[in-house]
Design a protein around this ligand. Structure first.
Ligand SMILES: C[S@@+](CC[C@H](N)C(=O)[O-])C[C@H]1O[C@@H](n2cnc3c(N)ncnc32)[C@H](O)[C@@H]1O
Length: 159
């Protein structure tokens, strides 16, 4: 597959997973955490799926379209491996992370620091959706339907 095919499949899987999990998240109190705001497209989708819910977004720099810049206080800039430590105990209902890269060594490092931070920032029963596989005792993998190609996206429930 080309890189274009690959990004289309990843984003289709991302949208599928977020659409699938949104009704469950709607019943769970707490903010949403968007790890990797980027252009803000996913942020926009999340705020449409869960209207009125606080969404805290993280990125190393602001590069979102002006229409999807989070309100003051809900945007945290800096290296997420450091800034996300400040979200420990916020009891988020959903944490979504789209910070995979095409560089295996970078992704291996992210897979090391992200799972404990995701667990610390979410409440029991919350959901964690990620483009990278996350291994943690307190993240129970949720099976996705067969039409999502294995390895494209991952969904977990926080134990
Ligand atoms: C693939 S983009 C996210 C795209 C986003 N879902 C959207 O709708 O536009 C990943 C973003 O995460 C940010 N990022 C990746 N790793 C990071 C890290 N360790 N610390 C801070 N930001 C990071 C990048 O700057 C980039 O904007």
């Amino acid at each position: 597959v080309s890189r274009l095919d690959s990004v289309i499949r990843r984003l289709s899987a991302q949208r599928y997973v977020l659409n699938f999990v949104a009704p469950f998240v709607a019943a769970i109190p707490g903010p949403i955490i968007e790890v990797g705001l980027g252009n803000g497209r996913t942020y926009d989708h999340l705020r449409q799926l869960l209207p009125g819910r606080r969404i805290i977004a993280l990125d190393r720099q602001l590069c979102a379209h002006p229409s999807t810049v989070p309100p003051a206080g809900d945007l945290i800039l800096g290296e997420i491996g450091e800034t996300a430590k400040g979200l420990s105990g916020v009891e988020a209902a959903l944490l979504h992370a789209d910070i995979g890269t095409a560089f295996p060594e970078v992704d291996a490092e992210t897979r090391r620091w992200l799972p404990p931070l995701a667990v610390a920032a979410t409440r029991q029963g919350a959901y964690v959706a990620s483009g990278l596989e996350l291994a943690h005792q307190q993240l129970k993998p949720i099976a996705l339907p067969a039409d999502i190609e294995p390895g494209r996206y991952y969904l977990y429930q926080r134990r």
